[in-house]
Design a protein around this ligand. Structure first.
Ligand code: AHM
Ligand code: MG
Length: 331
């Protein structure tokens, strides 16, 4: 049998390919890997809540049952804090950023982490895949000083690492540090992540489009026309519509099979729905690293300079040719 590579081994082996690496980023990624395992365990037993106790109930161990998104938020924050390497966190669950002065109060942490601890909130309680998304930057302010808002408001092109964990039929962690995209699958028998998808490449084109068609009447004209194009009976079309409603899962499928994911602005969501810092940017980084394209309709997502931590953005990403075709409908 071929030797299997675990995520832990892979991170260490690839550490040297990372510029200025001191092993700290590896430790941070290891923290996220561990929190992902804990959330995975909890997500897997979510369906049992009805028979062993609901949210707010006290379970047999005397612990309070938490909502899964709160649980995920707590676990990831704890895991990042414990590694003593990040100086701050932004989470979709929290209004403000958290400053992490470090266990010795030195403010010496080098990185900031931005995350959506459990994305796909409408799917959490119905046994449909959800995910965790993370994005990591080097801080801008000097080490030894408290983290500031500007450390988080960097364009996506400054990301040093980004990834997601998808809690699906299998649980996978997929990440990039700017040297391609690799995916690792948890073996439930051992609890370890193994390299299962090395150097993932998004097919140049595909036959899947993913969008909430329920909002169609409110979409901008360009998106409506692109959707009509996808539906047309011509050449390799009509394309298949696939929409889970968990971006991580929709993106994961499209990255492996070829496709386009779209969350445009509409009459309800004037700036779109997705968050630039911890949803669009990390997925855009992975998209580009896998050879795809991510845009807000006119600009490259990773070039956008953010002005607030929970900023929303229209988001389109996936196979290069499909995204370019969509863009041609905006012109
Ligand atoms: P959330 O962070 O509240 O879960 O919202 C983000 C999610 C994405 O995962 C998903 O693609 C999108 O919202 C679905 O939105 P909608 O139900 O409007 O189609
Ligand atoms: Mg989200």
């Amino acid at each position: 049998m071929e030797k299997l590579t675990t995520l832990g081994e892979f991170i260490i082996e690839n550490q040297s390919s990372f510029p200025y690496s001191t092993g700290e980023l590896s430790k941070l990624l290891n923290g996220l890997r561990l929190a992902g395992k804990m959330v995975n365990h909890e997500v897997n037993k979510a369906g049992l809540v009805d028979i062993i106790g609901g949210v707010g109930d006290v379970n047999v161990q005397g612990e309070n049952q938490q909502k899964l998104d709160v649980f995920a938020n707590d676990k990831f924050i704890q895991a990042i804090k414990n590694r003593d390497i990040a100086c701050g966190i932004v989470s979709e669950e929290l209004e403000d950023f958290i400053a992490l002065p470090g266990s010795d109060a030195s403010n010496n942490g080098k990185y900031v982490v931005l995350m959506d601890p459990l994305d796909g909130s409408s799917n959490i309680d119905v046994n449909v895949s959800v995910g965790t998304i993370f994005s990591i930057y080097r801080r801008l302010t000097p080490k030894g000083t408290p983290v500031e808002l500007k450390d988080f408001l960097q364009p996506g092109s400054a990301q040093v690492a980004a990834g997601y964990i998808v809690y699906g039929t299998s649980t996978m962690l997929v990440y990039t540090t700017g040297n391609g995209v690799n995916g690792f699958t948890i073996n439930p028998a051992t609890g370890s992540y193994y390299l299962s998808h090395a150097n993932i490449q998004i097919p140049e084109t595909g036959s899947i489009y993913s969008v909430n068609l329920g909002n169609y009447v409110h979409f901008p004209e360009g998106v409506k026309n692109y959707i009509k194009y996808c539906q047309k009976d011509e050449n390799d079309r009509p394309y298949s519509l696939r929409y889970i409603g968990s971006m991580v899962s929709d993106f994961h499928r499209n990255m492996l099979k070829g496709g386009i994911y779209m969350y445009p602005f509409d009459a309800k969501n004037k700036n779109g729905k997705l968050r630039l810092l911890y949803e669009a940017n990390p997925i855009a980084f992975l998209t580009e690293q896998a050879g795809g394209k991510a845009t807000d309709g006119s600009k490259r997502i990773m070039d956008i300079v953010p002005s607030e931590i929970h900023q929303r953005i229209p988001f389109f990403c996936g196979s290069v040719k499909m995204v370019e075709k969509l863009e041609s409908f905006f012109e």
